[in-house]
Ligand binder design. Structure first.
Ligand SMILES: Cc1cc2nc3c(=O)[nH]c(=O)nc-3n(C[C@H](O)[C@H](O)[C@H](O)COP(=O)(O)OP(=O)(O)OC[C@H]3O[C@@H](n4cnc5c(N)ncnc54)[C@H](O)[C@@H]3O)c2cc1C
Length: 268
């Protein structure tokens, strides 16, 4: 059984540098300038799962991202991990999209370069983290969708049994292909990129697609295709103060108790 698999990946600011992410008070957009970017961590789990399915059966794994030109780096990494081909959706018209504006570029692109038997997404991203993109793509393509997937098993060529994580357990869901699954981090441990993978990736194709290439009206994507607007952003000011108490554990506990009494937080 040969499967055509697509993994949607988003390039996000590295959480290690989140303290440097700021909000532009005028445009109310996130400023990610100068911050190192990585593949959204759960998208690596999605890619790993796609690669394992291809290794078990056969077929192809493609990766797709909508993002600025520098998002090509995320695709190169995905190709080095083992993906067969990549699609970069890049156009100034895609900028400042909300999740619907994002999907209005992704879904037509998937229709154009597909069809795919299985589309894998991360359950959410570490930056915007709405979890909207996967279900909206499925809705646009009119295919089945399951979120928070922690295990995928094939029943036969056209049917999967997936485990969907719940707060205290899991739910088993049977789903027919084509389908879109959004995975969580329990599903696998993504492989590391090898030197051989990097050499092989240099031979693989990254296809860039803009509005014209997709046959998409620029008004349907980006800010003009986004029905939501950020009307206010604010930075929370922390009122907490930290104090370092030194000494042996016994002395430190005594000093801490005295200080708390002083502040009226401890009545003894
Ligand atoms: C009201 C509003 C206004 C916004 N304005 C801006 C703005 O001005 N500028 C800006 O940069 N961002 C903006 N955003 C954020 C932008 O919409 C999101 O970054 C984008 O839509 C992806 O949403 P998410 O990160 O919540 O993805 P989620 O829905 O949490 O992602 C789930 C999965 O979908 C896939 N996915 C998500 N995004 C992509 C992608 N781009 N390409 C391929 N696969 C993807 C991945 O597999 C991911 O793991 C705005 C968001 C909202 C809600």
């Amino acid at each position: 059984m040969a499967l055509n698999i697509l993994v949607c990946t988003k390039q996000v600011p590295d959480p290690e540098h989140f303290s440097r992410v700021s909000l532009d008070p005028v445009t109310r957009t996130i400023s990610r300038e100068g911050i190192p970017a990585i593949i959204n961590p759960l998208d690596k789990n999605a890619l790993e799962e796609g690669l394992r399915i291809r290794e078990r059966f056969s077929g192809k794994v493609a990766v797709m991202t909508m993002g600025p030109p520098q998002a090509r780096k995320a695709l190169e990494e995905a190709l080095a991990m083992g993906a067969d081909e990549a699609f970069l959706l890049c156009d100034r018209a895609f900028a400042a999209a909300d999740t619907l504006g994002t999907v209005c570029a992704l879904a037509p692109a998937i229709q154009r370069v597909g069809p795919f038997d299985l589309i894998l997404c991360g359950n959410e991203t570490v930056d915007s983290g709405t979890g909207h993109v996967g279900p909206q793509i499925a809705q646009f393509l009119d295919i089945a969708y399951v979120s928070n997937v922690k295990e995928i098993a094939f029943e036969d060529e056209k049917s999967l049994m997936v485990k969907r994580a719940l707060e205290q357990g899991y739910m088993r869901v049977r789903i027919g292909l084509p389908a879109l699954l959004a995975v969580n981090k329990e599903i696998n441990k993504p492989r590391l990129v090898t030197a051989f993978g990097i050499i092989e990736a240099a031979e693989k194709q990254i296809t860039a697609l803009d509005c014209t290439g997709l046959g998409v009206n620029p008004n349907d994507v980006g800010i003009t295709g986004s029905p939501t607007r950020v009307v206010e952003t604010f930075q929370r000011v922390s009122r907490r103060r930290g104090e370092v108490i030194t000494g042996s554990p016994e002395e430190a506990v005594k000093k801490a108790a005295e200080r708390l009494k002083e502040l009226g937080a401890l009545v003894l």
